[in-house]
Design a protein around this ligand. Structure first.
Ligand code: RNT
Ligand code: ZN
Length: 418
């Protein structure tokens, strides 16, 4: 049977459950998912050569990582041929591209340092999301940035974030799509702090200063990402969940939830609905924490599916800004990106193929046995047949066929890199 024939049969099976597969496919194509540039080079960037620092870490040393803008762009282009659906580009400020002999420190970055990225995105019809980079830099002193007791350290990073807002607005204007700009700081303490309040107060004041510059709030969606711990910041992080939610709510910016940033039995899928009741828009970093915030490649696993369901069944695809955030240096990086991007898209399609209205109705009527029964039976519906058709329809390889391209690319391109 062809992919199309299998799809026709699957469509019929889903329709008996009241699910319109055609509609699901169209909707799944359109939801933007932001592809993070930092999977391509283990979060190193182009403005420094040092190791990754700031409470995050990559593990592994798989050969062939991108070392230049040309290599990173070529790698992303390869991934783009393998992943279906609407994709945005997610950049970090450390990926500024300098001309020969030119250099600007992070507090002096300008849109010109990102013009090649803007060109790259425009040619591919992609929007751009952006992130200040407050790690892997000598001005991160004692693991502190915007909450540092040193006024010079704070001022440096305030200037950096303000520069990033201007660059984000430039991206929005160039691409015609809003730019989600996410602020994450590593700040925290390894051991029990003597004062939890003062650093948070300074962080709050620094953020207020950053946001005091004029910018177009329709074009730049500033978010604040929380975190419960970092490597070397096990006891206290300044930007905790309570801090970021309250800050975002009181200042009219977006909260960003990274599903690696909570206590191990907490799940972001359960948090989305609460956030949607109080925020117009929220942002996500979808990742896969294995025992800690390990940033493994996103899979089509239970929590990923549950996150996608929360977005879809609450009709919130335009209110939840989706970005991926993982960095595995132990496997082929093109494959890592592809698996992560395909998995999240799969989860969106899966959520769209769920009889959400019917299940809600059953819950309202207290028919909880049926809720469980249907959710369980749906797991063995012919989802793969719809997914395969979706891929074919989007012009990307079906099933594991994409891996051949990755192996060829590895042989022809990656293996020739230092
Ligand atoms: C770190 C945060 C942050 C980074 C990226 C590189 O724990 O998740 O989002 O992973 O900005
Ligand atoms: Zn994150």
């Amino acid at each position: 049977m062809t992919v199309k024939e299998r799809y026709e049969s699957a469509k019929e099976i889903y329709s008996r459950m009241g699910v319109d597969a055609e509609k699901a496919i169209e909707a799944a194509k359109k939801i933007p998912v932001s592809m993070h540039c930092w999977q391509g080079d283990d979060v190193i960037g182009f403005d420094q050569r040092g190791a990754l620092s700031g409470g995050i870490q990559t593990t592994g040393n798989y050969p062939g990582k991108a070392g230049t803008p040309e290599e990173l762009m070529a790698d992303m282009d390869k991934v783009l041929t393998l992943v279906p659906g609407k994709t945005k580009l997610n950049l970090h400020a450390s990926y500024a591209i300098f001309k020969d002999g030119e250099f600007a420190d992070r507090d002096a970055l300008e849109s010109g340092h990102f013009s090649r990225w803007a060109e790259f995105a425009k040619k591919r019809n992609m929007g751009i999301d952006f992130n200040p980079t407050m790690f892997s830099h000598p001005m991160v002193k004692d693991n502190l940035t915007l909450s540092s007791p040193d006024p010079e350290v704070r001022a440096f990073w305030i200037r950096h974030c303000q520069a990033c807002i201007r660059i984000s607005q430039y991206f929005a204007e160039e691409t015609g799509q809003p730019c989600v700009m996410n602020i994450w700081i590593p700040d925290g303490y390894k051991d029990i702090p003597a004062d939890r309040l003062t650093p948070r107060k300074r962080f709050m004041e620094s953020l207020d200063e950053i946001l005091s510059i004029p910018y177009d709030k329709e074009k730049v969606l500033v978010c604040l990402e929380s975190k419960v711990f970092g490597i070397g910041m096990e006891s206290y992080t300044t930007g905790s969940s309570e801090f970021t939610i309250n800050y975002a709510a009181s200042r009219g910016i977006l909260p960003l939830m990274d599903n690696g940033h909570y206590h191990p039995t907490e799940v972001v899928s359960d948090k989305i609905s609460s956030m949607l009741l109080f925020f117009d828009k929220i942002a996500l970093h979808v990742t896969r924490p294995v025992r800690w915030d390990s940033d493994h490649v996103v899979l089509f696993d239970d929590e990923t599916r549950e996150i996608a369901k929360e977005i879809v069944r609450n009709d919130a695809a335009d209110r939840v800004m989706i970005g991926l955030d993982f960095f595995d240096a132990s496997i082929n990086r093109i494959a890592a990106w592809t698996v992560g991007m395909r998995s999240f898209r799969k989860a969106l399609l899966y959520a769209l193929l769920t009889p959400n209205e019917k299940l809600k109705q059953l819950q309202e009527e207290g028919r909880l046995t049926e809720v469980m029964m249907i959710q369980e039976e749906m797991k063995t519906y012919p989802f793969g047949d719809v997914w395969d058709y979706f891929c074919e329809n989007c012009g990307v390889p079906v099933r594991e066929d994409w891996y051949r391209d990755v192996k060829d690319y590895e042989a022809e391109v990656l293996s020739k890199r230092n």
